[in-house]
Write a protein that binds this ligand. Structure first.
Ligand SMILES: Cc1cc2nc3c(=O)[nH]c(=O)nc-3n(C[C@H](O)[C@H](O)[C@H](O)COP(=O)(O)O)c2cc1C
Length: 274
């Protein structure tokens, strides 16, 4: 049975941290479909946003200070499977605030933050990086404090376009002794091959509108539809805008997608989506 520090896992396939898609209903569906771990989108420890924990996710933190992190982690520790620190966000806001992928040169701060996270929990601690000239050095810092490193080998300038630099991720894997989670275009076809090179994989975009990707790669019988998402979304009282977003995503690959999307666009309330 795979393990991450003291955490026993059903398999080596995780739902990637994703800010917009990863609401509690979607994370629960991915977990039911077989994802060994689910990650929240990035959360700032000073924010007061409501977080649901019924899937026992890995809580992903971001920011460029350890201020408030210890209290935040301790407050939620019993409800999560571990913590992750975001060093990959390429957004304009992250650039402006020197967060995510834009704090790679700030080694001292990164060291302080990871040290704080480590000292605040006995559960697995991870960091998720993008490719950069400093990434290998950061991985070395992570080796001291963390139980795994996640790598999405595209630079912040590349965003989500172009080909992920698989060789860079392999170089990172070879340079540290702790487990590495690979992220970048993982899908049904390549997941088994990637798992020969890396300890764990993240599935991100390929799961949006398609949580069944986990059951397919794990050869499980589970098959979820939008109605399953909707049931959970209603239970957790998620925003209509969020539900509409997932309704759109679930049309992916459906032969009637065009017609379905037209109806979804004109929907004014949750009942219109049923
Ligand atoms: C809509 C969206 C939101 C994302 N939000 C986050 C996030 O909050 N934290 C993070 O570390 N990565 C985030 N990512 C990056 C993914 O976790 C992943 O590394 C990237 O999409 C590449 O993997 P994929 O090709 O499997 O999607 C996000 C990606 C997408 C598409």
């Amino acid at each position: 049975m795979p393990k991450l520090k003291n955490l026993k896992l059903k398999n080596r396939i995780f739902l990637s941290p994703m800010l917009e898609p990863n609401d509690i209903a979607f994370r629960l569906l991915c977990k039911k479909a077989g994802a060994a771990l689910t990650f929240t989108g990035m959360v700032n420890s000073l924010s007061r946003q409501k977080i649901h924990f019924d899937d026992k996710p890995i809580l992903q933190l971001f920011g460029n200070t350890n201020k408030g992190m210890e209290e935040f982690i301790k407050k939620h520790d019993a409800n999560v499977s571990g913590g992750d620190f975001n060093l990959g966000c390429p957004s304009k806001l992250s650039k402006k605030l020197s967060h995510g992928a834009f704090m790679h040169k700030d080694f001292e701060n990164i060291n302080d933050i990871l040290k704080t996270i480590r000292a605040s929990t006995k559960k697995p601690v991870m960091v998720k990086l993008r490719k950069s000239p400093q990434a290998l050095q950061i991985a070395k810092i992570a080796e001291e404090h963390c139980d795994a490193v996640g790598i999405h080998p595209r630079t912040s300038q590349e965003g989500y376009s172009g080909t992920a630099d698989y060789d860079f991720a392999l170089e990172l894997k070879d340079s540290i002794k702790i487990p590495v989670i690979y992220s970048g275009d993982v899908n049904e076809e390549n997941v088994k091959t990637i798992l020969k090179d890396f300890d764990f994989v993240f599935i991100g975009r390929a799961s949006i509108g398609n949580p069944n990707i986990f059951s397919k790669v794990l050869q499980k019988e589970k098959n979820f539809e939008f109605k399953d998402y909707l049931k959970l979304a209603k239970k957790y009282d998620l925003h209509f805008r969020q539900i509409k977003y997932h309704a759109m995503c679930f049309t992916k690959g459906n032969p009637k997608a065009k017609e379905m999307r037209r109806k979804i666009i004109s929907a004014k309330c949750v009942e219109d989506l049923e």
